[in-house]
Design a protein around this ligand. Structure first.
Ligand SMILES: [Zn+2]
Length: 169
């Protein structure tokens, strides 16, 4: 089932997610719905907050459904190591039409649980490292506009207000 993606400034986007403690059919269905929703919007990452659910679940697939080996489900994830710096453009399904360079660590290691509740660790660099950091930020209620410079943030907020006033947001 395709879920509705909420846009900024929907309050749930700035709410920290609750830890997942039940690893059952309901969670598996939610994860399947998140993948379906992300693919329908041509995204490479989606956090539960973006479908209105403040819980610590995110899905990532850099291949956008082309390579099953790249489907990642991160439950209760944490960045446990970060190194280096990268400064590249990011977008967000909750901020349509907004793309901006954001400073992130170049490489990260994350620790997370899978749908069965088993813990695992994953390393990522470049785009995957950005996706990990962007999505785990979402689970903490942190949005990428708050990772931009103050100037870029205010320019983008102004652009959003303009789109809102034109009924295009
Ligand atoms: Zn996002």
């Amino acid at each position: 089932m395709i879920l509705k993606i909420v846009k900024y400034p929907e309050p749930v986007l700035q709410q920290a997610g609750q830890e997942i403690t039940e690893f059952g059919d309901e969670l598996r269905q939610f994860v399947a719905d998140m993948f379906e929703t992300m693919y329908a919007s041509q995204g490479i990452g989606l956090a539960a907050q973006q479908v209105g659910v403040p819980k610590r679940v995110t899905v990532i697939d850099l291949s956008q459904g082309q390579d099953p080996a790249q489907k990642l489900v991160l439950i209760n994830p944490k960045v446990i190591h970060r190194e280096g710096k990268q400064y590249e453009e990011e977008g967000c399904l909750s901020f349509p039409e907004i793309r901006e360079k954001v400073s992130r660590a170049a490489r990260v290691k994350v620790r997370a649980q899978n749908e069965k509740g088993e813990w695992f660790e994953l390393d990522g660099d470049e785009l995957l490292a950005r996706a990990f950091q962007h999505e785990i930020d979402h689970l903490d209620g942190v949005l990428f506009i708050f990772r931009m410079s103050a100037l870029k943030r205010s320019l983008n907020l102004r652009k959003i207000r303009k789109l809102q006033s034109e009924g295009k947001w």
